[in-house]
Design a binder for this molecule. Structure first.
Ligand SMILES: Cc1cc2nc3c(=O)[nH]c(=O)nc-3n(C[C@H](O)[C@H](O)[C@H](O)COP(=O)(O)O)c2cc1C
Length: 240
């Protein structure tokens, strides 16, 4: 009898433990399922967020540089990105031409592209009273082609390109020749403008046209320092 009772108790205990084990297992499964779901959701949310961010980045990059005409969305399809038609390219050693370029860009709702020299010009480099200064030597050598440090720009989609520069020794700085020789301006109207202390456009606009060898070049326009927005606007309106 004792033996039978002991066996019965052991049986009940075993059944209880088995039941406990099962419920522990299902709890674990539920917990791990919940964890998996949470992780998946978090991953999905993260993926969504990062793909949104990627799309945003791609969008803003494309908007900022206007280099891209197509954009990859989070679904992997490509859509057209609105492209501005006017570009204002400029080189400015001391900010005078930059000011005019920005005024043109604001009036024309255009993109801006700065020609930044790979090797910046120091004050000594710009000293025109020194026959040995870098700028004097470059201007005395019509074959000099200073390297451009700014990123290459895609001109696809632009129909009108303003090209601005300071007058150096009566001409365009040689880095402008580097620029126009580096691109194809077919199908674009090219509009040179410059700033100077007193000199006119001189032959700088025709030099650029010759070196470019492509694009339809209008006559250049010279500005002094800090022209008013009205002055710039009336010049632009006169071009149309
Ligand atoms: C090397 C050098 C040469 C220059 N040569 C002339 C010139 O021949 N005639 C002139 O009127 N101004 C000349 N300037 C003055 C600049 O054309 C003028 O200050 C211009 O507005 C500067 O533009 P930025 O500030 O965009 O560089 C020269 C300036 C430099 C640095």
């Amino acid at each position: 009898m004792k033996r039978t009772l002991a066996m019965l108790t052991a049986g009940i205990l075993a059944l209880g433990l088995a039941a406990c084990g099962k419920s522990d297992n299902s709890d674990t499964k539920a917990t791990s399922q919940a964890a998996t779901t949470a992780t998946t959701k978090a991953t999905e949310a993260e993926t969504e967020k990062s793909s949104e961010a990627t799309t945003e980045n791609a969008g803003s990059e494309a908007k900022a540089s206007e280099e891209t005409t197509e954009n990859t969305t989070s679904e992997g399809t490509t859509t057209a990105v609105p492209h501005k038609e006017v570009l204002v390219v400029y080189f400015s050693a001391t900010g005078t031409t930059k000011d005019v370029a920005e005024k043109i860009a604001a009036i024309e709702d255009a993109d801006l592209y700065e020609i930044v020299p790979a090797e910046p010009y120091s004050d000594d480099d710009l000293n025109w009273n020194d026959s040995e200064s870098r700028s004097t030597k470059e201007q005395n050598d019509s074959s000099a082609r200073p390297k451009i440090g700014s990123d290459v720009i895609s001109l696809e989609g632009y129909t009108k390109v303003y090209v601005g520069y300071p007058i150096w020794w009566g001409e365009e700085p040689r880095i402008l020749d580097t620029f126009v020789e580096s691109y194809n301006f077919d199908g674009m109207t090219m509009i040179p403008f410059c700033t100077s202390a007193s000199s006119g456009v001189g032959r700088s606009d025709k030099n650029l046209e010759k070196h470019a060898g492509s694009g339809t070049w209008l006559d250049g326009k010279r500005f002094g320092a800090g022209p008013s927005e009205d002055t710039v606007r009336s010049w632009i309106e006169g071009l149309k």
